[in-house]
Write a protein that binds this ligand. Structure first.
Ligand code: ADP
Ligand code: MG
Length: 403
């Protein structure tokens, strides 16, 4: 991993490095421990590892650490979504002791926070067990703030939401951005503000409408915009091409039509697939048909880009000064339709330019292919990364003290 990729932008917010923390101060840290669990075990600890630099920095300063995070989407208290497995894993990764609180707020949390020794960590329970979290309830924010002297946000994956544990509590304490948040924001902003050119953006995934704002922005900011995944069918439908039984939604066709209108006059070259791989159903056992071009006959659905597309996209990626990739090129969970996504993942891994992969399914694909450490920056936040690149304000970031 390149520690300092070219083209970093300014953070504009106080960094945790500059937060005055005296030995013994209590620091509340919002982390993103929204990790996948199976049978009470963390199956992918990447997000916990990503928070370690900030945790270690604060422990070195002698802080008593109180960590909080959401996990999943529980509606109230739900033991299935306890932070316990995450705090167990954290305890294996750091040398200090890690305690798990039984609640998010309340008397047990207060006494747990009181008992902490410098360098020790208390992990609060899942913030979404409190209904006030998602409404940014001022009382919940106040109770969270009451256990600490300062607040650090390192949960990049959650800063696009104005919740009590993000924006709410940041207003009530001296605050700063953690090292992960800082790296995410400066790297992603750098793509828009000062990319090494050419800037090549590869977008895939399911819905055009989810990414239309991004497509629109990159048509002006990028040099080439490469489209793959199910979203290409909405573009083909907008061009009146046959898409067979491929995944197409009406609102996506409208979005695609808008992107195509006047595309020639924008900065970026817009590239669509040249060939496809199809099946009769969304299944790994379906009969696989290689299509010479992108016309999909009735009875078939396009499930991956074909080899000519993969090669053309790989060439663009190889020539790029900066690459940003978000969204798989096909239904990569199904082995017969993983080749297009794998080819793009390999091209990104090999690319000499600065490479950034957005969170979500493209980040999982990178990890699954064993290439995660071959990119300069693998974002930990799907929605947050897209909103930042669209140019939207991130409430959890805005609420932090300015630099
Ligand atoms: P991301 O999470 O990276 O933003 P999305 O969630 O938008 O990406 O899309 C990922 C999903 O799109 C995957 O589950 C993948 O199977 C699906 N997908 C990609 N291409 C196709 C296709 N041609 N047909 C059906 N589903 C597809
Ligand atoms: Mg997704």
């Amino acid at each position: 991993m390149n520690e300092d990729p070219a083209g970093r932008a300014e953070l504009g917010k106080r960094s945790v490095r500059d937060l005055p923390v005296a030995e013994g101060d209590r620091v509340l840290v919002r982390v993103d421990f929204n990790v996948p669990l199976k049978d009470g075990q963390v199956t992918d600890d990447a997000r916990i590892r990503a928070a370690l630099p900030t945790i270690e920095l604060l422990r070195e300063k002698g802080a008593r650490l109180i960590l909080c995070s959401h996990l999943g989407r529980p509606d109230g208290r739900d033991p299935e979504t306890s932070l316990q497995p995450a705090s167990d894993r954290l305890g294996e990764l750091i040398e200090g002791s890690v305690h798990q609180a039984p609640d998010v707020i309340g008397p047990q949390v207060r006494s747990g926070a009181q008992r902490l020794e410098p360098g020790e960590v208390l992990v609060l329970e899942n913030t979404r067990w409190e209904r006030g979290e998602t409404d940014n309830d001022p009382d919940l924010a106040k109770q969270l703030a009451s256990v600490a002297d300062a607040y650090v946000c390192d949960a990049f994956g959650s800063v696009h939401r104005a919740h009590a544990s993000t924006a709410g509590v940041a207003e009530l304490l001296p605050s700063a951005a953690g090292l992960l948040l800082e790296r995410e924001v400066t790297t992603l902003r750098g793509i828009i503000e000062e990319p090494e050119r050419p800037l090549v953006v590869v977008l895939g995934g399911a819905k055009v409408t989810d990414k239309i704002a991004l497509i629109d922005r990159f048509l002006d900011e990028a040099d080439a915009l490469l489209i793959g995944g199910a979203m290409c069918f909405s573009f083909f439908r907008a061009q009146d091409k046959p898409t067979g039984d491929s995944l197409v939604e009406d609102d996506d066709v409208e979005s695609a039509r808008k992107a195509l209108e006047g595309a020639e006059d924008r900065r970026a070259r817009l590239l669509l697939p040249l060939d496809l791989v199809a099946g009769t159903e969304f299944s790994a056992d379906t009969e696989v048909t290689q299509l010479e071009d992108t016309d999909v006959p009735d009875g078939l659905m396009g499930l991956d880009v074909g080899p000519r597309t993969a090669e053309a996209y790989a060439e663009e990626i190889a020539k790029a000064g900066t690459v940003f990739w978000n969204g798989p090129m096909g239904a990569f969970e199904l082995e017969p339709f993983a080749a297009g996504t794998r080819a793009v993942a390999e091209a990104v891994a090999e690319a000499p330019g600065t490479t950034v992969v957005g969170g979500g399914d493209s980040a999982s694909a990178m990890a699954e292919f064993g290439l995660a450490d071959r990119v300069d920056h693998l974002s930990t936040g799907g929605g947050a990364a897209l909103e930042l690149l669209e140019g939207r304000e991130l409430p959890g970031l805005e609420a932090l003290d300015d630099a």
